[in-house]
Design a protein around this ligand. Structure first.
Ligand code: B12
Length: 301
């Protein structure tokens, strides 16, 4: 069950008065649940949403289940990718969590943290690996740490809207788990109930998932293609299946050259997590403005 906080705990976390927090609760600025005894309680995710949106400084991050940091200046994006690359290669997992959670608490969009910090850090790691300055185990270990940091971040997001379903995957043979996981978190940050099916999923299996769940959005992250012709044919079959269920297909990934893209059918191509965030927002607005009774009758809840 999600951890619930009292107004007093939130007040301590951000250095405000308890009465101010209670007032924000009563004004609906903070969504509360009431205990059997009628006391206000706030989920950690909701408290984090409030802090990020209202630009409050967190003085006691531990109360919000965030790692404590020793560097209060670390709220700026600049310099973070270098620090993250160093911490990943040094196997300093706590520092990695702290760098990312500081930026999250400071209100930076997850898309920005992903594009400008984590992705850049991995570019550095890739360059070091290519120049024999980083060992293979360090690269693999960095991926494991980054995935744990991403999962931690996902757990801190407010629950998405169940009516906005999104599914995602990587294609068979594509083991790149970071971009596809980032996409899930970015979509969740703009309200999508996004769920990653997993990595290395055969096209037929993706089609089965689309038929079963009929998502409003299906995303595919493509970082490795084994056979180009097979990929194009399989991808276009997925698009056909998605069209039948009125699912938008969003695609991105480092190996999708303009030549390959010209042979694919999709709803949107995104270069970055920021693009995905914008597309996700626009599509969710459109989806929600369609009257419920005119949506596909057989779409599963
Ligand atoms: C980690 C890593 C791996 C790991 C991945 C493990 C894992 N669990 O994810 C593994 C071990 C699989 C791996 C394998 C290989 N790798 Co590798 N790998 C990397 C590394 C260091 C990081 C990749 C990464 O995850 N980056 C972070 C992500 C988030 O960044 P990104 O992919 O660029 O994504 C951004 C955008 O492209 C976009 N995006 C991406 N996907 C999507 C999807 C959507 C929907 C959207 C909206 C946007 C989007 O948004 C992201 C954020 O801005 C890169 C270095 C680099 N420059 O990235 C090398 C790198 C990609 N690898 C490389 C190589 C050579 C290999 C191998 C061939 C090595 C080998 N000899 O075996 C194999 C290929 C095997 C295969 N079948 O894929 C080379 C590729 C060179 C080239 N020109 O193609 C690189 C560039 C390293 C280098 N400097 O040489 N690798």
């Amino acid at each position: 069950m999600d951890q619930l906080l009292s107004p007093k705990q939130i007040a301590e976390a951000i250095g405000a008065s308890e009465s101010s927090v209670k007032r924000w609760c009563d004004q609906g600025m903070l969504t509360t649940v009431k205990t059997a005894g009628g006391h206000r309680r706030i989920s950690v995710q909701e408290a984090l949403r409030f802090v990020r949106e209202q630009n409050y400084s967190v003085v006691e991050p531990r109360i919000l289940a965030m790692p404590a940091t020793d560097d209060r200046k670390s709220r700026r994006i600049e310099g973070c990718s270098e620090r993250l690359a160093g911490s990943l290669l040094a196997d300093n997992e706590l520092a990695c969590h702290a760098i990312v959670s500081d930026l999250f608490l400071a209100g930076h969009a997850v898309s920005q943290i992903f594009d400008d910090v984590i992705t850049v850090a991995f570019r550095t790691i890739g360059e070091k690996w290519a120049c024999y300055e980083a060992d293979v185990y360090q690269e693999r270990c960095s991926c494991q740490i980054a995935l744990r940091v991403l999962h931690e971040l996902r757990a801190k997001q407010v629950p998405p809207m169940p009516q906005l379903k999104a599914l995602g995957a990587t294609i068979e043979g594509d083991q790149y788990s970071l971009p596809v996981t980032m996409s899930e978190i970015v979509l969740r940050s703009v309200g999508w109930d996004a769920r990653l099916l997993g990595s290395s999923i055969p096209f037929d299996s993706m089609i089965n998932a689309i038929k079963r769940y009929q998502p409003g959005l299906f995303w595919l992250s493509v970082s490795h293609i084994r056979d180009e012709a097979e990929f194009i044919a399989g991808f276009n079959r997925v698009f056909e299946a998605a069209s039948k269920t009125e699912s938008a297909v969003v695609v991105g990934g480092r190996v999708l050259t303009s030549e390959i893209r010209s042979k694919l059918r999709y709803t949107a191509f995104c270069d970055t997590m920021r693009h995905l965030e914008e597309f996700g927002k626009t599509l969710s607005r459109q989806t929600q403005s369609v009257p419920a009774n005119s949506r596909k009758k057989n779409r599963k809840a």
